[in-house]
Write a protein that binds this ligand. Structure first.
Ligand code: PXL
Length: 279
């Protein structure tokens, strides 16, 4: 099994390619990193630099075409700008064939707030990319943006279980084609509980777990990588999300860091994805 992980490399934040490589390698999957950007730290930190590697995705695409490379899965995540977004669209068009599973994490926003690189043009590119995907993994803010729904909804009014029905309706609007599965990540359902919602052809499930009130960097990336890994290993989407949720909850329980920007101590919980025992 081989996955192209089209994502950024951030020195601090335990997100993006750090999550993709760690998680899917632990699951026995070869990961080819296709860096969209190199950052000193993820953009939630007050000091960070984005290094310009604008031609990297296009160069990877050209070289992999020359090599005749094939992928069983493609995961896309953070995209820094419109030029790279166009190259990611071309990369995906070139390699999402022969049954390759395309998972798009439409990284744009969180907690009702858009990331610093968000713009109308970026929105259009990410919406186009999402429309090509077999699976998308938006958080609630990103789901609202994709569905053309007021992102204010993600800031307020979600602390109630009744809101789940409204979120299912928004997911239906965001769905680009009948075969698409949407996994809405990190929905808060009360003070001590959080859930991931799966809206998939023929199945719908709310997967709930306990919540310590902190929203850590990289958890969306860890979920996307373990979900794609699980699906490539033959799991149903619901079962793959259950395993991913258990992995992330266990990692949060092991986390001593208080600053959300540094991410979670997932290393000690990777054994759960391997189906092994704690070491
Ligand atoms: O985890 C999402 C993400 C990925 N990559 C970068 C980010 C963020 C969220 O802030 O800044 C660089």
């Amino acid at each position: 099994m081989r996955v192209a992980a089209v994502n950024d490399l951030s020195g601090f934040g335990k997100c993006s390619l750090v999550a993709d490589l760690s998680v899917m390698s632990a699951m026995g999957i070869e990961v080819c990193p296709v860096p969209t950007a190199v950052l000193s730290a993820q953009t939630g930190f007050s000091h960070y630099h984005i290094h310009d590697i604008e031609d990297m995705v296009a160069n990877c695409r050209n070289d992999y075409i020359s090599m005749g490379a094939e992928f069983d899965g493609i995961l896309t995540g953070y995209i820094p700008n419109v030029k790279v977004a166009d190259d990611v669209l071309s990369f995906v068009s070139s390699f999402s064939h022969n049954g390759a599973v395309l998972l798009v994490d439409p990284v744009m926003a969180d907690g009702g707030r858009c990331y610093s690189n968000y713009s109308k043009e970026m929105h259009e590119k990410i919406a186009k990319l999402s429309s090509m995907a077999d699976i998308i993994t938006p958080n609630l803010t990103e789901l609202c943006l994709l569905a053309g729904y007021d992102a204010e909804f993600a800031k307020s009014g979600i602390n109630k279980k009744e809101a789940i029905n409204e979120i299912i309706a928004i997911a239906d609007k965001a769905k680009a084609h009948d075969g698409q599965s949407i996994v809405v990540t990190g929905i808060s359902v009360g003070e001590n509980s959080i859930c991931n919602l799966v809206v998939s052809p023929g199945e719908m499930e709310v997967i709930e777990c306990s919540f310590n009130g902190q929203s850590y960097s990289g958890t969306g990336d860890l979920l996307a990588a373990s979900l794609l890994g699980g699906v490539l290993k033959g799991k149903r989407i619901v079962d793959a999300v259950k395993l991913a949720t258990e992995f992330i909850s266990s990692a949060i329980a092991e986390t001593s860091e208080k600053d959300r920007n540094y991410g979670i101590d997932f290393e000690k919980s990777l054994y759960k994805l391997k189906g092994g025992k704690k070491v």
